[in-house]
Write a protein that binds this ligand. Structure first.
Ligand code: HT9
Ligand code: FE2
Length: 369
């Protein structure tokens, strides 16, 4: 464990935790994983069986763990290349290596202050506070360890900017093939319960931070595409991977329903932008690349799926920039908070009542409560 001095740009941190969702890596791990994910969350058995089949199709191996190992290696190399190496480790919520074990190992090697990147870009209970609760659980058994988290980074140039670049390329190709009047963009994110969206963001404002932030970023990307291509393409948010009880309202429209409607709107080609996803999760490789692709084929329209940032060097560089920004904040400096096209940025320390847990009172770190 190197002991960073005051000159070190990542001071006061001495290690980085990449905190992720986790995923099964073999047929025997699928059911235990799904049980962990859904414990106490009211997901019906039929939905569990259905999602289990998605994993079975790919030999019970989620793409996520391998992608995260690569992200950890790339980020570690990026920090070393910039001349400020720190240990970077992976800790998951729902599969090994678990967060508490990963942090425990860092503590055993002498770490006292860890900075966390959750592999989730947007503000909501599922995509932010639940990770903060995971940190609270883990740190309970590790007295003396303190952890900070980088801000929600959906609007960062190293995330939104990558989607913008790749969406532009995909839209240009589609426009050349079928003409601008026949192309639409669909920005797709994970559906969440309406109640979770309504309460997302700082407790003192309007809520809907989850869907509103993504709608704003999608609109900014669409505007950029239209400006560069001289087009006026239709575009908007759609949602995938709904679960829970069918009687509970979740965010809509579903991506498949939107694709069917686009046919009647004269669209021949849809560009699907997985804005809600950091890397090629099962939601992307199954719900978009299998299901949405099949829907598009059924109704006879072409579909291009834009890449997720996960494998892009510019994403890794953006995460390194976010770590430097967080360290400067921890030192009491006021670093510039880069965002793509002047979109909003959000606090690194979540405000009181931010993205509440609507089921139980659980403590969370990296916030004012
Ligand atoms: C907003 C959001 C993200 C994005 C932010 C982030 O990345 O964290 C996300 C990510 C992920 N969700 C994942 C998997 C699952 N999510 C489930 C269930 C749920 N997700 C929800 C929301 C989100 N989920 C919600 C509100 C539920 C209902 C139950 C509950 O309230 O918790 C279920 C249960 C079965 C089902 O209902 O589908 C599974 C298996 C995986 C792993 C995929 C892989 O293996 O590649 C990843 C990255
Ligand atoms: Fe999920």
């Amino acid at each position: 464990m190197p002991s960073p001095d005051d000159e070190h740009p990542l001071h006061p941190y001495d290690a980085v935790l990449v905190q992720s969702f986790g995923g099964p890596e073999g047929p025997d791990e699928v059911l235990p994983f799904l049980r962990r994910v859904t414990a106490g969350r009211g997901v019906p058995d039929e939905r569990l069986a259905e999602v289990g089949e998605h994993y079975d199709r790919v030999g019970g191996v989620s793409p996520l763990p391998a992608l995260n190992r690569r992200l950890v290696a790339d980020l570690s190399a990026e920090l070393a290349e910039r001349g400020h190496p720190l240990p970077v480790v992976l800790g998951n919520r729902n599969s090994a290596p678990f967060v508490e074990d990963a942090l425990g190992e860092l503590v055993a090697k002498g770490a006292g202050r860890v900075v966390v990147i959750a592999t989730s870009a947007w503000r909501s209970y599922s995509s932010c506070r639940q990770y903060r609760e995971g940190l609270a659980d883990a740190v309970e058994a590790l007295p003396g360890l303190s952890v900070d988290k980088v801000r929600p980074f959906g609007e960062h140039p190293g995330f939104a900017g990558i989607f913008a670049r790749d969406t532009l390329a995909a839209a240009r190709g589609a426009v050349e093939r079928v003409g601008p009047e026949h192309v639409a963009l669909l920005f797709v994110t994970h559906s969440i319960p309406e109640a979770m969206d309504e309460t997302s963001g700082p407790g003192d404002s309007e809520g809907r931070a989850y869907s509103a932030d993504q709608a704003e970023t999608a609109a900014a990307i669409l505007a950029e595409v239209d400006t560069v291509l001289g087009t006026d393409l239709p575009g908007g948010l759609a949602f995938c991977s709904r679960s829970g009880s069918p009687r509970t309202p979740w965010l809509e429209p579903d991506v498949n329903d939107r694709i069917r409607e686009l046919v009647d709107e004269g669209i021949h080609h849809v560009v699907v932008v997985p804005l809600g996803f950091v890397s090629d999760h099962m939601e992307v490789v199954h719900d978009l690349d299998v299901e949405a692709a099949q829907t598009a084929a059924e109704v006879g329209i072409g579909l291009t799926r834009v890449a997720t940032p996960g494998a892009d060097p510019a994403f890794v560089a953006g995460l390194a920039d976010l770590l430097l920004e967080r360290a400067a904040e921890a030192r009491g400096e006021g670093p510039v908070r880069a965002t793509w096209r002047d979109l909003d940025s959000h606090p690194s320390v979540c405000p009181l009542g931010c993205c509440p847990n609507l089921r139980t009172a659980a403590s969370a770190l990296c916030g004012k409560d």
